[in-house]
Write a protein that binds this ligand. Sequence first.
Ligand code: HEC
Length: 156
Amino acid sequence: MPSSKVRLAAGIAAGISIAVFGSAALLAAPSDTITARQTNFKAMGQAMKGIVDEMKTPAPNMAVIRTNSDALARAAPHVVGGFPRGTGPEAGVKTQALPIIWTRLPEFHRDAAAMVTATRGLQAAARSGDIARVRVAFGATGGSCKACHDVFRLKE
Ligand code: HEC
């Protein structure tokens, strides 16, 4: 094949794979998307608990705090992508996501971004090894979770 045709074929193949991957997210069943985001949140809750449990001890284990803050910082950026339209209560599966998420998206996105920033701060504090810094950063992170939950999550 002349090289121009090879390039064309490669370009078409790339276009197809973009189309396939781009639509995969849209085609995922809403219930799968909801389960995936809840699993991610559960991991975040576990990581927060792992940190607070250490902070309560007389000699907090920094390695444990670091591992959990790393897990939290890894999970946090996935939150915002877990809420495509059609994954609210209308999906017919159990979810605490309130419909106002999709009428107040800019605010929801701001809350998610603030939380990502807070988890990075907590990760940096854990890496510094300074428990006083960890406590402050943990408070800020917890506040960033609560800010969103107060508005956008159904209370149990
Ligand atoms: C931008 C908004 C937002 C932020 C920020 C946020 N959450 Fe949530 N969280 C939600 C929503 C909405 C749900 C309900 C999801 C569902 O049920 O589909 C939820 C659910 C949860 C759940 C319950 C999961 C389950 O189904 O058992 C946990 C645990 C949780 N969040 C922890 C956290 C922690 C920890 C943080 C902060 C580090 C955090 N969240 C930050 C919006 C947020």
